[in-house]
Design a protein around this ligand. Structure first.
Ligand SMILES: Cc1ncc(COP(=O)(O)O)c(C=O)c1O
Length: 437
């Protein structure tokens, strides 16, 4: 195995609810949901039962040979939850595949529609859309792209709308409009006839550290994209399936997306299942022209889709989107209060259970030196205390490092209080480290 970059880690042995037990006998609170995946925590009995039922009946059938009931059911369940016009589902296995599939669907639509020049996607920086070659061209995070730049066509980027570091003399609303208007500037520079689509995360994930755009941002972006016939692809890989206290991130602003990409929480860590959901107006011409020139072997298999159905059903039955909103509101408020005690915590933000803590000088907002790797360092202190949070280093010193706090949607108020207790211990402990720097 060579994918572990750092030192060795304990071996995970078993998990239940929001806790993972390792071979060192220690129990860790999973306040990262793995990689912001485990919406239902671990070993949820309803999902285990659904897995047992499906595995004893049908594990795999291939889409060119058979339809399968779990895939049909899951597609219907997803479509019932999305905006009415988002009514065509295409299954894949992961987030990068989903975003890349959305790009290819929209590109093929332009191609068959006689708009062959429309091949440039505009995305944002910072952003993360995955790590395959196609989506790397969208991803706005330089260290990930650097070795591969000669091999990919990097697309033009606009600024991600931050509410934390805004230019002096501007209000948050004014700056949000500056960021939104940049979409128009780049469309015009590129030539609208060359623009295939605009791609964005509704609320930032690990890239920006849960940056929530100002309310004026998406309505303006939408107005601009409509003016130039530019389809909007929303990367809901992290924000989808209840993570932000609404079923989808776009529900916070009622954005009229043309395609949304779902992954992570849809399989909730029980199986890799992902999807794009598109408006029929993009799918129909592509199907008429001979079909979507794209597809993955494991896509839409009955086993994965049965897991997806059980996940969505459980989220509804247990009212977990609402729980995400309630616990998130409580946790953000409490973490904000806690952060007042530490001058090295610059910002606490997020929506629902997608939250982030940004490390920067409280007064000046100046980030700490790259070599401190403060996001990683704080997460390591937490890990030793039995708390898993998700670190991200900015690497370019233009923004502060941060850690995401993203517990499973099943977290209770009592567990939220325990999380806050562990976070307090973490901050107290790191405070001593940073004071000696
Ligand atoms: C917003 C976003 N898009 C895409 C991806 C890529 O998903 P995957 O790692 O499943 O390929 C991620 C993964 O973290 C993500 O957060």
């Amino acid at each position: 195995m060579f994918y572990l970059s750092g030192g060795r880690k304990p071996i995970a042995k078993s998990a239940k609810g929001i806790y993972i037990t390792a071979d060192n006998g220690k129990s860790y609170m999973d306040a990262a949901s793995g990689a912001i995946v485990c919406q239902l925590g671990h070993s949820h009995p309803k999902i285990i039962d659904a897995i047992k039922d499906q595995v004893s009946e049908l594990q795999f059938s291939y889409r060119t040979q058979f339809e399968n009931q779990p895939a049909n059911d899951l597609a219907n369940m997803i479509v019932e939850k999305t905006n009415p016009e988002l009514d065509r589902v295409f299954f894949v296995s992961g987030g990068s595949e989903a975003v890349e599939s959305a790009m290819k669907l929209i590109r093929q639509y332009h191609f068959v529609n006689g708009d062959e020049t429309r091949s440039v996607f505009i995305s944002r920086v910072p952003s993360y859309h995955g790590c395959t070659m196609g989506v790397l061209a969208l991803t706005g995070y330089e260290p990930l792209n650097r070795p591969f730049v000669p091999m990919i066509k990097l697309y033009p980027k606009v600024k991600s709308p931050t509410q934390y570091r805004i230019p002096a003399g501007m209000t948050q609303e004014e700056y949000a409009l500056v960021c939104a208007n940049e979409v128009e500037t780049v469309i015009l520079e590129t030539g609208a006839e060359n623009v295939a689509g605009f791609v964005a995360e509704p609320i930032g994930g690990a890239s920006t550290g849960a940056e929530v755009p100002h309310d004026v941002y998406f309505p303006r972006v939408q107005e601009i994209c409509k003016r130039y016939n530019v389809p909007i692809i929303l990367d809901e890989v992290m924000t989808g399936v209840g993570r932000t206290g609404k079923m989808f991130g776009y529900n916070h602003w009622n954005i009229d997306a043309d395609v949304i990409c779902l992954a992570k929480g849809l399989g909730a860590g029980y199986y890799p299942v992902a999807a794009i959901v598109a408006k029929d107006k993009f799918v129909r011409p592509v199907m008429k022209s001979g079909g979507f020139m794209h597809g993955f072997t494991y896509a839409g298999n009955p086993f994965g889709c049965a897991v997806g159905c059980a996940v969505l059903k459980t989220i509804d039955e247990e009212d977990l989107v609402e729980n995400s909103r309630i616990q998130g509101k409580y946790l953000i408020a409490e973490i904000k209060t806690l952060a007042e005690n530490y001058d090295w915590i610059g910002d606490v933000r997020g929506r629902g259970l997608l939250m982030a803590i940004e490390y920067a000088n409280k007064k000046t907002k100046k980030p700490f030196p790259d070599e401190w790797q403060i996001g990683e360092a704080v997460a390591q202190v937490a890990y030793e205390l039995g708390l898993i949070i998700y670190p991200k280093n900015s690497h370019d010193s233009s923004t502060g490092d941060h850690t995401l706090v993203t517990p499973p949607l099943i977290i209770t108020r009592e567990e939220s209080d325990k999380l806050l207790d562990l976070l307090t211990q973490t901050f107290e402990s790191y405070d001593k480290v940073i004071k000696n720097k």
